[in-house]
Design a protein around this ligand. Sequence first.
Ligand SMILES: Nc1nc2c(ncn2[C@@H]2O[C@H](COP(=O)(O)OP(=O)(O)O)[C@@H](O)[C@H]2O)c(=O)[nH]1
Ligand SMILES: [Mg+2]
Length: 200
Amino acid sequence: MDSARYEAVAGAIAAPVVTKILIAGGFGVGKTTLVGAISEVRPLRTEEVLSEVGVGVDDTAVVEHKHTTTVAMDFGRITFPSGVVLYLFGTPGQERFWFMWDELAYGALGAVVLADTRRLADCFSSVDYFERRRTPFVVAANKFDGAPEYDTETIRDALDLDSDVPVLLCDARRRDSVKEILIASVTHSLTKHRAAAAHR
Ligand SMILES: Nc1nc2c(ncn2[C@@H]2O[C@H](COP(=O)(O)OP(=O)(O)O)[C@@H](O)[C@H]2O)c(=O)[nH]1
Ligand SMILES: [Mg+2]
C-alpha cells in the first residue's frame, strides 16, 4: 500500500469508529460476567437455567455455583471518551454452538480469550480458532478464588502463544479491570491490522 493510502486508512481508524470485539473462552470462564461488568446498555443475555438436557454435556462439575448458561451469546456496548464504540459479543462456550462462531467473528476487530488458570486447556480451542483466522487476540486470565496465580509468561508457555500475544490478568467482575483488557485488545488489534495493511 502506498503511503498516501496508508495515511488515509490510518486516519479513518483514528476517527470515531464503531467496532466489534469477541469475548471467547471455555464454559464458566466469566464471559457473561465480563460483558455485564462493562456494558452501558443492559447486556442482552440469553441465559437459561441449566437443565437436565445439559447434564453430562455442559461441564458443571468444575464450575461451582453456576446454575445458568448462555444459550446463544452475550451482547454489550461501551463508548470510550475518544468516541470509539465497542460492541462486545460473548461467544457461546459450548461446542454444540460453534456453528455460530464464523458469523460472530465476521468483521471483528479482535478478540479476548478468557482463561481460568485451573482449567487452562479449556481455552485451547478458542486460541486455535483465532490463530487460524488471523484474528488478533489477547489472553486474559480471570482471577478465581483459590485459583493458582501463574505469572503471565507461565500462561504464555502453557498455551504456546506467540511472543507478541498480550497476556494479562483480570477480574471479570470489575469494570476497571475489564476496561484495561478491552483497551489492550483494541490497541493490539489495531497494531496487527496496521502492520498487515502496510505489508499489502
Ligand atoms: N471469583 C470470581 N468469580 C467469577 C469471576 N468471573 C466470573 N465469576 C463467576 O464464575 C461463574 C461463571 O461466570 P459466567 O460469566 O457465567 O461464565 P461464562 O460461561 O463464561 O459466561 C459465575 O458464577 C460468576 O459469578 C471472577 O473474576 N472471580
Ligand atoms: Mg455465559
